[in-house]
Design a protein around this ligand. Structure first.
Ligand SMILES: Nc1ncnc2c1ncn2[C@@H]1O[C@H](COP(=O)(O)OP(=O)(O)OP(=O)(O)O)[C@@H](O)[C@H]1O
Ligand SMILES: [Mg+2]
Length: 227
């Protein structure tokens, strides 16, 4: 009998600290609530905070909590650096190189569960993982479709278009983008309109500042892209 095809998306963003984890954990919750079982994966993470599992990476811990399956921390986050610094610098300083093979093995392990898998990158599209390779090279190696989290703030139209172009130039599909409100300013809507004026890539979700993802708060996810 044929196994159902695994469905995996890579989640990148217009920059670091623009809401990739905030969006991904909420998207995982929305998928799971809609009976579309989904797990998170954060293959490379730097920075630590105290959690109920001890000192762990908060992004990966958020993925773990929002995942459908009861996963072990290491299944969600194979490369964890405690210091808050770019992963390629830490890998170099600590003499602990980041191997694509290990990142891929972890992904295959999750995909074998036949869920939707959302893989959060680190920083933006071209974040390096060594002095030779970027995270984007791993995404290309795995031919993953990409979702771009767009953190709405001044300068974002430029960042969003550069990111879309780089992904498409790499021959990958951008399934859609998520507009994440980084403040409660009503004028952020103008950035959404500005981006839509220059691209046909679908807007597949909007996340209000602090509010729930509900019609009352102006937030939604279009889950049809995941079925
Ligand atoms: N819509 C939002 N409403 C309120 N706070 C938000 C929102 N989006 C992001 N934040 C806050 O902004 C900060 C950065 O968000 P987040 O950690 O998701 O960024 P990131 O892109 O995943 O960063 P990194 O590159 O470190 O992985 C967090 O403190 C988060 O809680
Ligand atoms: Mg994050």
């Amino acid at each position: 009998m044929n196994q159902p095809k695994p469905k995996t998306w890579f989640i990148t963003g217009t920059d670091t600290e623009i809401g990739k984890t905030y969006s991904t954990t909420r998207l995982l919750a929305a998928l799971n609530e809609a009976n579309m079982p989904a797990n998170g994966y954060k293959p490379v993470a730097s920075g630590a905070a105290m959690t109920e599992l001890g000192l762990k990476n908060p992004d990966a811990f958020g993925h773990l909590k929002a995942s459908f399956d009861s996963l072990q921390y290491e299944e969600v986050n194979p490369y964890f650096f405690e210091a808050e610094e770019a992963p390629h610098i830490l890998a170099d300083e600590l003499g602990q190189p980041i191997f694509f093979e290990k990142m891929t093995k972890g992904l295959r392990h999750l995909e074998a569960k036949n869920r939707i898998t959302l893989v959060e990158g680190a920083g933006g599209w071209y974040t390096p993982l060594s002095f030779e390779k970027s995270f984007s090279d791993w995404v290309v190696e795995n031919q993953l479709p990409v979702i771009v989290v767009v953190g709405l703030k001044l300068g974002v139209i430029n960042h969003a278009r550069l990111t879309f172009d780089a992904i498409e130039k790499a021959g990958l599909k951008v399934t859609g983008w998520i507009a994440n409100h980084l403040s409660d300013s009503a004028s952020l809507k103008n950035y959404i309109i500005g981006i839509q004026a220059f691209t046909d890539i679908p807007l597949i979700g909007e996340i209000p500042y602090k509010g729930a993802i509900s019609a009352d708060h102006g937030g939604y996810f279009d889950l049809t892209h995941f079925s």
